[in-house]
Design a protein around this ligand. Structure first.
Ligand code: GLY
Ligand code: MN
Ligand code: MN
Length: 430
């Protein structure tokens, strides 16, 4: 792994939070992701399933962790299974976790090779009544691929039809949503790498550069700072492309006079950062571009200060909508009549700002986290308003990642990333 070793005390705490919510006489099992094939012997680079990572720090394929707080033999209350390695395998396949290394990474004392799983699991299941399955219940998920976890669940349902089933996901949604300080530090690290990428790009962007060249500049800066790469597919959208919300081709040439919207974040130790900045290709905003830019920035700042303990996500979006409406009136994009006849389910401001303002961020870019419960301290959210005006060939979004505090305004993990229009101009022209 490129990242520094994470103290296993984090994963020990995470497991404690999970097991505290398990029913009596129950076992929970978490599988790693598969390595996904391309064709022939080619594969997509491995990405660990974030739940097994959150609970163990094990960042390797073909791994399983098992939690059974009431196992009669204390040795089996936490078990990790990893693929077998030895000196010969290491020569051919590179270094894999030894049993000792798996303990060091995770804090789990009992480690077995994966080939022992079936026998141990069967024995333990005779002592349990309930098995927790880790299904994907994310509000945005639309996954068709069968995962290793799905295969495990299918097999369990067949092999243990008399056991009760329970869901891990609601527990994980709740506990992963509130971050430990170690996690905030890792997200901060990801944000700081993103900052380096952005500063590099400020000195690179000029009329005639291609969007993919800018993408390459970010990646270069990310990797040389021990990032795992992009936290999500980056959007490098010049001119009219900024009005395509999920523009990820990044294949056009940046033109003099256009704006450039960049939604890019580095990943570090599997933690995401998620930044958007919009800059003038030639280093100077026009008067109109700056007017719209300042309006987006004001909405962002006001929205950020609404992220306090107790805020309800849905209500928050309504309030941000009101602030945005007032800015759009000021920009002459809406008038009073538009507001009077607006559809309450799709208010007038949505014509220019049609996406949400915030999502949880952490091990996943669109992270787990309770959305219907009041917000809590140490939740980490993005704040990302935008104004999209195809008729003016302009789309502006600004996005930072912030941590809710017990009292007062959130801490901005991207406070070092230039956002002030004059500062951006000055850096681009220096
Ligand atoms: N980059 C994805 C998002 O902003 O939600
Ligand atoms: Mn983003
Ligand atoms: Mn985002």
């Amino acid at each position: 792994m490129k990242y520094d070793l994470i103290p296993n005390t984090l994963f020990i705490k995470n497991r404690k939070k999970f097991t505290a919510q398990m029913k009596s006489r129950s076992i929970a099992v978490f599988n790693s992701n598969d390595i996904y094939p391309i064709s022939a012997d080619s594969t997509i680079p491995f990405q660990q399933h974030r739940d097994i990572f959150y609970l163990s720090g094990i960042d390797q394929e073909e791994s399983i962790i098992l939690l059974f707080p009431e196992a009669s033999d204390p040795k089996y209350r936490e078990v990790a299974f990893v693929r077998e390695t030895n000196e010969h395998i290491a020569v051919w396949e590179g270094e894999k976790l030894t049993k000792q290394a798996a303990t060091k990474v995770s804090g789990i004392q009992t480690v077995h090779w994966l080939s022992d799983f079936d026998k141990i699991f069967f024995d333990l299941m005779t002592e349990a009544d309930t098995i927790y399955f880790n299904t994907n219940e994310h509000y945005r998920q639309a996954v068709e691929t069968q995962t290793r976890e799905d295969r495990f669940i299918q097999r369990c349902k067949k092999d243990f039809p008399a056991h009760q089933w329970a869901k891990s996901n609601p527990i994980l949604q709740e506990i992963r949503g509130v971050k430990e300080q170690e996690e905030i530090d890792l997200i901060q690290k990801a944000c700081s790498i993103t900052e380096k990428g952005f500063r590099r790009v400020l000195g690179f962007v000029a009329p005639e550069v291609w969007e993919y060249e800018i993408e390459a500049e970010y990646l270069h800066e990310f990797i040389r700072n021990r990032s795992d790469g992009f936290a999500y597919t980056p959007i490098i959208a010049s001119g009219q492309n900024a009005n395509v919300l999920h523009y990820i081709e990044n294949i056009n040439q940046c033109k003099d006079g256009d704006l450039l919207l960049m939604d890019v974040g580095a990943s570090y130790a599997n933690y995401s950062s998620d930044m958007t900045r919009t800059i003038p290709v030639n280093g100077r905003f026009t008067k109109r571009q700056k007017e719209v830019y300042e309006a987006v920035l004001r909405v962002k700042n006001e929205a950020t200060n609404m992220l306090v303990p107790g805020t309800i996500w849905k209500e928050y979006h309504k309030e941000v909508g009101k602030v945005m409406t007032s800015e759009l009136l000021g920009l002459g994009l809406l008038d009073k009549a538009d507001i009077q006849k607006e559809d309450k389910d799709w208010p007038a401001y949505k014509k220019y700002f049609m996406h949400g303002t915030s999502h949880h961020i952490g091990l996943d870019t669109h992270d787990y986290g309770a959305l219907k419960m009041p917000m809590k301290a140490n939740m980490v959210f993005t704040v990302e308003p935008g104004i999209y005006i195809p008729d003016e060939k302009m789309g502006i979004r600004l996005e930072d990642d912030v941590v809710i505090q017990v009292k007062g305004n959130p801490i901005n993990l991207m406070s070092g990333i230039p956002i002030d229009a004059e500062e951006i101009e000055s850096l681009m022209n220096s």
